[in-house]
Design a binder for this molecule. Sequence first.
Ligand code: KDG
Ligand code: MG
Length: 408
Amino acid sequence: MKITDAKVFVGGPAKNYVTLKIMNDQGVYGLGDATLNGRETMTATYLRDYLTPNLIGKDPRNSEDIWQFFYRGAYFRGGPIAMSAFGAIDMALWDIKGKLAGMPLYQLFGGKSREGAMVYAHATGADLEDLMDSIAWYVEQGYKAVRVQCGVPGMPTASYGVSEEKGANRNYITDFSGIQPKVEIWDTDRYMRYMPGALARIRERFGPDLRILHDVHHRLLPREAAEFAKEVEPVRLYWLEDPTPAEDQDALKLLRQHSTVPIAIGEVFNSIWDCNKLIENELIDFIRVAVTHVGGITPAKRIVDLAGLHHVRTGFHGAPSHSPLSMAAQAHLNAWAPNFGIQEYLVLGTPECDALFPSAHRLENGMFHVSDAPGLGVDFDEKEVARYSYKPGSLPVVRLEDGTLWNY
Ligand code: KDG
Ligand code: MG
């Protein structure tokens, strides 16, 4: 069996999804997602210019060897662009494998460990009152878990993940009005003084059962993060996400000595080497890698297994930039993983997105139910994608009030 062709598409409804389609000589095709928010043309170019020409003629069933060929063969290893491009190839090869076997991917991993996978949504508000409305909306829809972010009084601009406009509570983050980023101003002191009380009020209003998550988005230094984590302990968060800059695997040691708040980190990681110490030293409770950005299903599964040895559960990244293909890859891992925790979920469900990526996966009462279709269980409509073109967009950058550049 041989790979005969591979095509790369860029576009989608209000997103720049990068979709890879790999064809073989048996008429079976596989699909993969290489979307890297804000750098979409880079993964597409890497795939088109360097990787897909090397796929032609290879046996698509040898997904492990193909992964090693690209990873080791690049010599200069790692990085989000390369790993996301490898991620799309690996996902597409697993899709082919599942289709050849006539089985949904979770069966190839070891079958189902649960019927549905709990997801969390993003509730957000310009202020706390606005946020409370947003949380109430998700609770009414049946969500059992929500990530909560709101504006901080006195902060010169919106804080992370929050719109400045009241009521605009479900759409933010990437600005597609151009390639130059918006600048947001951050004030750690105001955040540290305000947010613990706001989280306590959310817990008081929504009661003990709602799983409440909060994302610090790497903005605190290790000592500040330890103080913050200690202070929010009575709220009983499901997790505190990215309290410190993620490139320092030692940064969480101090926090761990001072607080038992569950910690989640990993959405910016590109390989097992970014999180092995965090996992082995049991400095985290949830690993948040994205299957795409970490190089695909093959390496993601190794991370899940390492995490399982150290009581670390999964909480795969599922920001709106991930296409339904990588969300499906994660859904199959979620159905199987003995150490599944929760899934971030924001992407599926719009009619335009469903038309581009038809699938029978479904969300019901805050639980994701994976379909039994062979492979990833998601198709791709090439006529639909022709309606969209690449839109230059950017995530904001963050500065302190004196102009110092900070972590987004
Ligand atoms: O592309 C960047 C976003 O994915 C990121 O800001 C979202 O922190 C995020 C999250 O938890 O989804
Ligand atoms: Mg995050």
